[in-house]
Design a protein around this ligand. Structure first.
Ligand SMILES: Cc1cc2nc3c(=O)[nH]c(=O)nc-3n(C[C@H](O)[C@H](O)[C@H](O)COP(=O)(O)O)c2cc1C
Length: 173
């Protein structure tokens, strides 16, 4: 099966996890970057005004895969803005896809993700996994946002989260 792992990451967590899952799957790993410097201010503006920022590589260069696994953070309850151009591309060039994330989880689950993905990509994801940093921390579930946002995954976390994700991914490949 021809699988691509495509990741966007602001502080490194999702990129590290995506790299580990891509290795397990022997899949190509494409890392999305932005020509413009990302700031907390531009995160807030993109999320508030539902903007689709420019990204590299451009989605139109995307090949055909049996499954595309997108990795990225959840921002303000939504899929991080830099993945939007890819989701939009799938609407006109449908491919089976999934969204996987290690998000903060300090305020609980992110219930809008499934609906947002369907709307942006034009089809439901084959797999949707939103794991939470709050569950990795000892005082969960009372963890504060500032704790989850500052947290960087350890090698042990990455192994554990990869294992958890692989159990679900194996059901759809
Ligand atoms: C501006 C901002 C908003 C966030 N909003 C959420 C949120 O709504 N839900 C959530 O679970 N995590 C939220 N987070 C936490 C990130 O999803 C989490 O820190 C993630 O691991 C970062 O991934 P990255 O290192 O790949 O960028 C937010 C983080 C930032 C910076």
């Amino acid at each position: 099966m021809n699988i691509a792992v495509i990741s966007y990451s602001y502080t490194g967590n999702n990129e590290a996890l995506a790299g580990s899952v891509a290795k397990e799957l022997s899949a190509e790993h494409i890392q999305i970057s932005e020509p413009k410097t990302r700031t907390m201010g531009s995160i807030a503006l993109d999320m508030m005004f539902s903007r689709t920022p420019q990204v590299q590589p451009a989605p139109k260069t995307l090949g055909n895969y049996d499954l595309i696994l997108f990795f990225g953070p959840v921002w303000m309850g939504h899929v991080a803005a830099p993945l939007r151009a890819y989701l939009k591309y799938l609407k006109s060039h449908p491919q089976r896809y999934g969204f996987l994330s290690i998000s903060g989880g300090a305020d609980g689950t992110n219930p809008k993700l499934g609906g947002e993905l369907r709307k942006r990509a034009g089809a439901a994801p084959a797999v949707l996994i939103d794991l939470h940093i709050a569950d990795l921390l000892p005082n969960s579930p009372k963890t504060a946002r500032k704790d989850t946002s500052a947290y960087r995954l350890t090698d042990g976390d990455i192994n554990q989260l990869t294992h958890t994700m692989m159990k679900t991914i194996e059901d759809v490949i």
